[in-house]
Ligand binder design. Structure first.
Ligand code: SAM
Length: 349
């Protein structure tokens, strides 16, 4: 089957064989990319209209016990100046976000032991009691089943945990020995079983990644049926072991985003900051490839430059309000409207 026939098959059956994924990812042309983006955009518009959900991301801690080779806040990076926001700071970010129409707050951080279940549950409870019409999304990395359960009971609605790669060997090449794919996958299963709207995903273009590996990721996502998918290009950070590596391809990222939309028409798919960093209009292109979510940064300006996952991260030198205005403009430029709403999976169409 040729590539465009495979894309049509994906649209009809929402599934491809592993070998078909590999063919598509290894031999796609510019025409195939255009074809997939057009189809993905039509699907997104049919699902959501020309509407984009905004999520306010609050990067509340850059302390991390992990040592992912690609990440600027890895524990071995001694150049990273560490900070953590406490409850009051986080609530201040929410005030700004709510005023600007955000109805989802995403709490993201490194794996910081200071944020015990007790502290984290208190933060979630406070946000939910002050903003009962808002969703809380957590992105705190790997925790125990009991911890995820307690956080869910405290009111958390969604959880983002990119699986990073579904290939064992590639996982090993990106992480130290004590971080395992098995545990990452266990976490994703736990999250889903607890009723979180769950998000997995990958970076595109990590060192050693091949079409065969991405094919496995697509197959995994097809089986896992996430409610959200996070996909952005890998971008090097100067103080990590991957400092000299090439950045991931924007084209391939757009192709994968489009294929995700075609595979899972209802999935909540952000046009990521990494995409907006790799190219100035990256986030617009993401929407044109089927994305329906954008996540402006609500973190206080004073800490933005400390949450540097990769070099030259977009939006670290403008205030939350300026960042929101910029993104709203970008969306309007391509004929999309930003909506106020929680934007839950399978609802509000
Ligand atoms: N600690 C949590 C976790 O592990 O899911 C959340 C924070 S972690 C920094 C969020 C995501 O940033 C990761 O899942 C990874 O895909 C992405 N990331 C880290 N370093 C990156 C880089 N150099 N380029 C692009 N994305 C990166």
């Amino acid at each position: 089957m040729n590539n465009q026939a495979l894309i049509r098959k994906l649209n009809e059956e929402h599934s491809l064989e592993l070998a078909e994924w590999e063919q598509l990812l290894s031999s796609y042309t510019k025409e195939d990319l255009d074809h997939a983006m057009k189809m993905a955009q039509e699907i997104a518009v049919a699902q959501f209209g020309k509407k984009i959900y905004f999520r306010g991301i609050i990067e509340f801690s850059n302390f991390c016990k992990n040592d992912c080779y690609y990440c600027g806040i890895r524990k071995s990076n001694k150049e990273c100046s560490r900070y953590r926001l406490e409850l009051e700071d986080i609530l201040t970010c929410c005030v700004e976000g709510y005023k600007n129409g955000f109805r989802t707050f995403v709490l993201q951080g490194g794996e910081d032991g200071w944020f015990t279940d007790e502290r984290m549950c208190e933060i979630v409870k406070q946000i939910k009691s002050k903003y009962p019409d808002c969703a809380v999304t957590l992105s705190l990395g790997e925790r125990s089943f009991e911890s995820y359960k307690a956080l869910k009971e405290a009111g958390a609605d969604r959880y983002l945990l990119r699986h990073e790669t579904a290939d064992e060997e590639h996982y090993r090449a990106l992480h130290p020995e004590y971080q395992t794919l098995e545990n990452r996958m266990r976490c994703l299963k736990d999250l889903k079983s607890l009723g979180y709207q769950s998000g997995c995903g990958i970076m595109v273009g990590t060192p050693g990644q091949t079409p065969k590996i991405i094919a496995k990721d697509m197959k995994f996502m097809e089986e896992f049926q996430p409610e959200m998918i996070g996909v952005g290009p890998f971008l090097p950070h100067k103080d990590t072991p991957f400092r000299g590596e090439k950045k991931g391809s924007v084209e391939l990222t757009l192709f994968i985003l489009a294929l995700c939309r075609i595979m899972l028409p209802q999935v909540l798919l952000p046009s990521t900051t990494a995409l907006g960093t790799a190219e100035a209009d990256g986030r617009k292109q993401g929407v044109l490839a089927g994305c329906n979510v954008v996540m402006p940064n609500l973190s206080p300006l004073a800490v933005r430059k400390k949450y540097m996952l990769y070099d030259e991260k977009a939006g670290t030198d403008i205030s939350a309000a300026e960042g929101i205005a910029l993104l709203k403009n970008q969306m309007e430029e391509i004929g999309y409207e930003v909506v106020v709403g929680r934007g839950d999976f399978g609802k509000e169409r």
